[in-house]
Design a protein around this ligand. Sequence first.
Ligand SMILES: [Zn+2]
Length: 127
Amino acid sequence: MTLDEYKAKYKLRQMGGFGGYPCANTLLCGNSRRCKAMHDECLPPKPVRDHHSGFRDKNGAILVVFQPYISNNLEEISAVAQAWAASKNLQCRISVEDSWHLPGETVLVEFRNPSPLRKPKKESAKK
Ligand SMILES: [Zn+2]
């Protein structure tokens, strides 16, 4: 499908600019301040880590999306994605039909927090 069809199907809004590449820390902590240099721990390893993008659903929950090439071994992609998701307590969804980056050649891998954070209010950060 196309990017527009994907966004329409799941009622998503693409994240842009500085926050356009969310990671595990964005999902779990609401920001990427806990990231070590260059996201090494907070992005999935290869072969999953390819064609990174980010979306918000209609409730504001973030989806971290990767679209690796199917030719990089779909079974391994699936195994690595699920192992990484489990290690971070994230949900993982994999779909060959929903990929929009070179459709048919890539697989869509989505990560989300099973209990999404609410947008933090200014005062709730202090406690
Ligand atoms: Zn990060």
